[in-house]
Design a protein around this ligand. Structure first.
Ligand SMILES: Cc1cc2nc3c(=O)[nH]c(=O)nc-3n(C[C@H](O)[C@H](O)[C@H](O)COP(=O)(O)OP(=O)(O)OC[C@H]3O[C@@H](n4cnc5c(N)ncnc54)[C@H](O)[C@@H]3O)c2cc1C
Ligand code: FES
Length: 385
């Protein structure tokens, strides 16, 4: 670079003097050793130790858990990201991802907000057993369900279902905390009025901020609710948004919501490139998933031979990852929804069913690797972990 320009940069003279000294006498970088790695580890820790500092009952079926660091430092995150928390429940070591619902401006804690899933192992454990002071190990913040000003329009149409509100809550809190130049239309679907998480806060925010529009939608008509009832239809979107150009669509919720809402967006002519969706885990019932071999029933079991270890029995409909965990064979996992490829295992023989859309790399396909969180045995298998 031209020296004339360099001279205008702050600190130029100091850096130049340091370089001249180093050139003349040599330089001792020992004191700097490991500093870059230390910073990288602080920003992107492989694991974090977290402690529950507060529990907030949000609705009859959902609680917020405020998590503080036991290491004295929480890495920054982007609104929309999640952490994967490790649990030891009934002698099973497993993990689940939970989106951070607090704002990235809150640097002292992460909130996660958990809704009960019927017969769900972890959600029921969190809601019924976990108390203040309990500790967990977790991954650092992960995920790409975030607003990117280079790709996305500054008007976001967010469609949430049930616990899928959490990443949007973080985004909306950040927008209002920082006064960001972004407009949000939040369509939030729930079965009943009592199920709506953050209803009061969202109502207050939409009253106070001209750029946040909150449209709660409940499925079961209620006399106590004056808002929209039913489902989030193309007509409701059309009536509220008027025009759809220059808007990016973000969806987060259970599989049933995608099954209904994606065709509605298609009906409105929203191009796929304008739609971003967070995957919230496997289909509720894999036996109903299109393409599932109908001859395989819930009562069926398969033998999984794990190379170098003994064989295990896997129930049909359980993901390979879940069957391995139940048999104390640990496979690293983060997203548990097919997106991060942490849980890859190699299938040496036999067949697995994989729901459509799991992004498996071409080289993985070629060499027989699958994402065990989204692979369901349909034959006896031999695998390499
Ligand atoms: C990126 C990401 C972020 C997430 N963030 C949140 C969050 O902020 N808050 C939150 O409450 N959950 C969140 N989840 C879902 C969460 O990780 C768990 O899947 C959920 O709590 C159920 O776990 P479980 O152990 O209770 O159920 P499991 O024992 O794993 O499952 C029991 C049964 O319920 C079905 N099931 C699993 N998940 C759901 C679901 N979400 N809705 C309906 N049925 C289901 C399963 O197919 C199974 O039949 C997130 C998931 C992902 C992938
Ligand atoms: S845990 Fe992320 S792909 Fe399986």
């Amino acid at each position: 670079m031209n020296e004339k320009i360099l001279k205008q940069l702050e600190g130029y003279e100091t850096v130049k003097a340091d370089m001249e000294t180093a050139e003349k006498y040599g330089a001792d970088f020992n004191s700097e050793k490991g500093k870059v790695l230390e910073y990288i580890h602080r920003l992107h820790p492989a694991t974090m130790r977290l402690k529950v500092s507060r529990i907030i009952q949000e609705t009859p079926s959902a609680k917020t858990f405020r998590l503080v660091s036991q290491d004295g430092y929480l890495p920054p995150f982007q609104a929309g990201q999640y952490i994967s928390i490790i649990f030891d429940i009934s002698e099973i070591r497993t993990s689940r991802p939970f989106s951070i619902s607090s704002s990235p401006t809150q640097t002292g804690y992460y909130d996660i907000t958990v809704r009960r899933v019927e017969n769900g192992l972890v959600s029921n454990y969190l809601l019924d057993t976990v108390k203040n002071g309990d500790t967990f190990e977790s991954s650092g913040p992960c995920g790409t369900f975030v607003f990117n000003p280079i790709i996305h329009d500054s008007t976001m149409v967010c469609i949430a279902g049930g616990s899928g509100i959490t990443p949007f809550m973080s985004m909306i809190r950040e927008i209002t905390d920082c006064g960001l130049d972004r407009t949000v239309y939040l369509f939030y679907g729930n079965r009943e009025l009592k199920d709506i998480i953050f209803h009061e806060e969202l109502t207050r925010i939409s009253n106070d901020f001209l750029n946040i529009f909150y449209i709660p939608v409940i499925e079961n008509v209620s006399k106590d609710f004056t808002g929209a009832c039913g489902l989030i239809t193309s007509q409701l979107l059309n009536d509220t948004l008027k025009k759809h150009s220059n808007k990016s669509f973000f969806l987060c919720g259970p599989q049933g919501m995608y099954d209904f809402c994606l065709p509605q967006l298609d009906h409105l002519g929203i191009p796929k490139r304008k739609i971003r969706q967070e995957v919230y885990g496997p289909s509720v019932d894999i036996f109903d998933y299109p393409g599932w071999p109908k001859e395989i029933k819930k009562k069926d079991t398969f033998k999984i031979s794990v190379k170098g270890r003994s064989a295990i029995k896997a129930a049909a409909g359980d993901s390979l990852l879940s069957s391995l965990e139940k048999n104390k064979i640990l496979v690293p996992s983060i997203c548990r929804s097919g997106g991060c490829s942490m849980c890859r295992v190699k299938v040496l023989s036999g067949k697995v069913f994989q729901p459509a859309g799991v992004p498996v790399r071409a080289s993985d396909k070629q060499f027989g690797y699958v994402h065990s969180c989204m692979s369901f045995p349909v034959e006896d298998l031999e695998i390499l972990v």
